[in-house]
Design a protein around this ligand. Structure first.
Ligand SMILES: Nc1ncnc2c1ncn2[C@@H]1O[C@H](COP(=O)(O)OP(=O)(O)OP(=O)(O)O)[C@@H](O)[C@H]1O
Length: 574
């Protein structure tokens, strides 16, 4: 604020000193011609003073720009943290909604620069306003009309700028989904996890063509706007130049007629010119602020996104030995036409293991998403220890459940931290890492890695070690074993890349380490499935058959058919 004040007032002071210098010089010329000698000290003093003022202006300018750089870092960080914190409170449903995701991307893209731009413009507006006020004090002595001309000439540019800012914002809104598509193509074309397939399938040029086509569509609209904006800016800006030369002529005539001194002429011209610059940058700042505000409205829209509050306070249920119950549970994904699950009934007691089987898309993963409260059932209810899971305190509920999804995360962290992620309380606990590694069958290969549990994984960071698919899965299983407090363990096909023997061994580990735990396993491997106490065969979101291996085989239904089919082709497992 202080620097803004200095930078605002001093230009007028410099212009006034300029007038005193020119008039002083003229006076000295006269004196010199009449007396043959003159004392230059007063003019030199004025020069020195002007030098000091100019130095102060430069110092204030530097100070302001340093402040802006610091603010940029701080504000960018603050706003990004706000966005990321908000993201933590949102539900999975919101993340899967493409319109919402657009909002998030736009907020993130602009948020670190726009709020700062707004602050900067506010300060520059203030600085220019102060400068203008001080110029006005000087200029009004010449003529109030000159002041009016100064303002009126700048107005058309302002109006056109404001209009085009609105258009630019609309354009950027319209471009948002296309830009996201472009970003996605960029990822496919330049990321290690996709480049393999892109190369081998020769997809590169096809994707690149799509990328270029999107650019061309977007560029066409942008080009039109840029040309219109600058053309109008130029035409209306001419009014300003015209006004300046009209004022110039007027001031020159007044000087010739002796109404003002040469020094005053210099000052008025300077003040008029600088005043014009100050007005036009103020008006551009105002229209820019309007544009920033439009962008910020997007950020606020995101931040004000309603949070679907996770209610529930209970930390224990009335029937601790009742386990999990699904009662007539149905679920339809938002925008889906038919239910992914239909009237599911299920009861799993502590100590029991359940295997979910069924063809692709039969609803196995969806059932787990409902159990973990990532989605709410459309009908029916899910009980844990006799209490609806919606009445459970969300933190307590999640503490009790350990899930490894088929698309588990491959954290580009240390090996140990990849295990530790399963229990935030023991994220850095090396002893626990090793226990979990052993139970997940990962320990033998971890010991072979360059820094064992301290090896960096993934290729994103220097020295990172990449693992095979099966090795990553063993790490993920180890992560599940970290959840010692969880009494419901869910494995959604995390063993698919492991050999059949390892899968059976892991399942055994889970059963033996979890005598009072409930284990839910999703697998397409019947050699493991048969070991479960209970098997649920899903088809098209409905329970087709239910029972243990022996009863289901005796039924000679679909399960028996599938089992025999696999046994024939996969003899070693049967
Ligand atoms: N996020 C989602 N939004 C909309 N529909 C979905 C979503 N996830 C899954 N579905 C649909 O719900 C149905 C059940 O999917 P689910 O992932 O539960 O199947 P699954 O039995 O786990 O299959 P797989 O054996 O292939 O893993 C499928 O028809 C699928 O297309």
């Amino acid at each position: 604020m202080l620097l803004t004040l200095i930078a605002g007032v001093l230009p007028a002071v410099a212009a006034y000193l300029g007038q005193l210098i020119v008039d002083g010089v003229l006076l000295s010329i006269d004196t010199y011609q009449q007396q043959g000698a003159v004392d230059c000290t007063p003019v030199m003093q004025l020069l020195l003073l002007e030098g000091i003022v100019i130095t102060l202006i430069a110092a204030a300018g530097r100070g302001l720009s340093a402040q802006q750089s610091l603010l940029k870092a701080l504000m960018g960080q603050r706003v990004n943290v706000m966005i990321l914190e908000k993201a933590q409170t949102l539900s999975l449903v919101q993340f899967e909604d493409s319109e919402f995701y657009d909002k998030l991307t736009r907020a993130r893209r602009e948020a670190s620069t726009r709020p700062l731009a707004l602050v900067n413009k506010t300060f520059s507006l203030l600085q220019n306003a102060i400068a203008l006020f001080s110029f006005a004090i000087l200029l009004i002595q010449f003529s109030p009309w000159a002041l009016l001309v100064l303002f009126l000439a700048a107005l058309p540019v302002f109006i056109s700028e404001a209009k085009f800012s609105g258009d630019a914002f609309q354009l950027s809104r319209w471009r948002s989904p296309e830009l996201r598509r472009q970003m996605y193509l960029e990822t496919l074309l330049a990321r290690e996890d996709s480049i393999k397939e892109v190369k081998l399938f020769g997809l590169g040029s096809l994707l690149l063509e799509r990328y270029k086509a999107i650019f061309n569509t977007l560029f066409g609209a942008e080009k039109k706007l840029i040309i219109r904006r600058d053309l109008w800016g130029f035409i209306l800006g001419l009014l300003g130049t015209l006004a300046f030369y009209a004022a110039y002529a007027w001031i020159v005539i007044e000087t010739i007629q002796g109404a003002i001194t040469l020094g005053q002429m210099t000052m008025y011209l300077l003040v008029f010119k600088q005043g014009q610059t100050a007005i036009s940058s103020n008006l551009t700042a105002i229209s820019g602020m309007y544009e920033d505000n439009l962008y910020l409205s997007n950020l606020y829209e995101y931040l004000e996104q309603p949070v679907i509050s996770e209610s529930g306070q209970a930390t224990a249920g009335p029937l601790p030995q009742d386990g999990i119950r699904f009662e007539q549970v149905s679920f339809t994904y938002p925008c889906a036409s038919k239910p992914a699950l239909h009237q599911i009934n299920l009861h799993l007691k502590p100590g029991e293991s359940l295997a979910l089987v069924g063809e692709n898309g039969s609803g196995k993963t969806t059932l787990i998403k409902l159990l973990t409260r990532l989605y709410q059932p459309s009908e029916g209810r899910i009980l844990l220890d006799g209490l609806d899971i919606n009445d459970w305190c969300p933190t307590r509920l999640r503490e009790r459940i350990g899930v490894i999804f088929q698309d588990f995360v491959r954290y580009q962290f240390l090996v140990g931290e990849n295990l530790g992620a399963g229990d935030v309380g023991a994220f850095d606990d090396e002893v626990r890492w090793q226990e979990a590694g052993q139970l997940g069958l990962a320990d033998p290969f971890i010991q072979q890695l360059p820094a064992a549990y301290h090896t960096q994984l993934g290729r994103w960071f220097k020295g990172g070690q990449e693992l095979s698919g099966g090795q990553w899965q063993k790490i993920a299983l180890g992560r599940a074993f970290m959840r010692t407090k969880a009494d419901i363990l869910v494995l959604d096909e995390p063993t698919a890349a492991m050999d059949a023997e390892a899968e059976a061994q892991v399942f055994e580990h889970f059963r033996s380490h979890a005598t009072q735990r409930m284990v839910i396993l999703i697998s397409h491997r019947f050699s493991t499935v048969r070991m479960a106490d209970r098997i649920l065969l899903l088809r098209g979101g409905e329970v087709l058959e239910q029972g243990n291996h022996a009863t289901l085989m005796a039924q000679q239904g679909r399960y028996a058919e599938l089992f025999q089919l696999q046994a024939r082709g996969y003899l070693p497992d049967t």
